[in-house]
Design a protein around this ligand. Structure first.
Ligand SMILES: Nc1ncnc2c1ncn2[C@@H]1O[C@H](COP(=O)(O)OP(=O)(O)OP(=O)(O)O)[C@@H](O)[C@H]1O
Length: 238
């Protein structure tokens, strides 16, 4: 892997939410470049746009203005179906709300994620899923449904699912929020180790100072911080 290779580039990116009374600028990023294999903590107070920014980077949302390039391809120029396929293969996402499929068991949540992406050979899928679930300490829950798990266990399953297709970009939105300190560090360690071993890029949003201190690069959505990449503002129109 070439460590100096540019993976993500954001230029003049804004995301606005409009309703009749107001326009909320959820994200305003002048410029942000992330290299292949970098590990970054994305920090900022509640409402500063961390989730929105992760959604933009994953192509789940498109910017109101500006462009986001992944390996020099502008995400918003992709057809939506291509973007979905690209996301399934290239991006692993630990969502803030986890988004585990409630009607599927833990094991099936991971198997379904693999069947969408079609990256891991079929005969290896079950063993690979169990191996990852073991790494985050939930391999005894294979046949359980998400509602039968604690929030922390669900969060660990979501982390395993995020890396199951060996993505080149891992996004994690507060992946340790429901975990006690030991389990939080276990999940973070799994994500970081996986990213390092596979040369993947990792972007983790967090409020937790202990978590952010583990990253060499911290991108802050607060204006007063060292690396300002944006800020949330609310413009009342009426
Ligand atoms: N679908 C939406 N419609 C309107 N406003 C939205 C929507 N989603 C987010 N916002 C607003 O955009 C801003 C950024 O929200 P976002 O969830 O990205 O922040 P955050 O930093 O992730 O917050 P938290 O740390 O609380 O999760 C907030 O002001 C929020 O109210």
């Amino acid at each position: 892997m070439d460590g100096d290779e540019k993976m993500l580039e954001l230029n003049q990116v804004r995301k606005e939410y409009r309703d009749v009374l107001q326009t909320i600028t959820a994200v305003a990023v002048d410029h942000l470049m992330i290299q292949t294999g970098e590990q970054i903590a994305l920090v900022g107070p509640s409402g500063s746009g961390k989730t929105t920014l992760l959604h933009l980077i994953s192509g789940l949302l498109t910017p109101t203005a500006g462009e986001i390039k992944f390996n020099d391809i502008v995400l918003s120029s992709m057809l939506e179906t291509w973007r979905d396929t690209w996301r399934a293969k290239a991006v692993g996402y630990v969502f803030q709300k986890l988004n585990l499929l409630s009607s599927l068991t833990v094991l099936d949540n991971l198997l379904v994620a693999m069947s969408f992406a079609n990256v891991i050979p079929k005969k290896e899928q079950r063993q690979w899923a169990i191996q990852l679930l073991d790494q985050v300490g939930v391999s005894d829950k294979l046949g359980k449904f998400p509602h039968q798990l604690s929030m922390g266990e669900q969060q660990r399953v979501a982390a395993a699912r995020a890396v199951i297709n060996k993505p080149s970009l891992i996004l994690a939105d507060e992946p340790t929020a429901s975990l006690d300190q030991d389990n939080g560090l276990l999940v973070l360690d799994m994500l970081r180790r996986f990213a390092k071993e596979s040369g993947s890029t990792l972007v983790v949003s967090t409020h937790d100072r202990q978590i952010m201190n583990q990253f060499e690069r911290i991108c802050s959505l607060r204006k007063q911080s060292e690396e300002v990449i944006g800020s949330a503002t609310s413009n009342r129109l009426a």
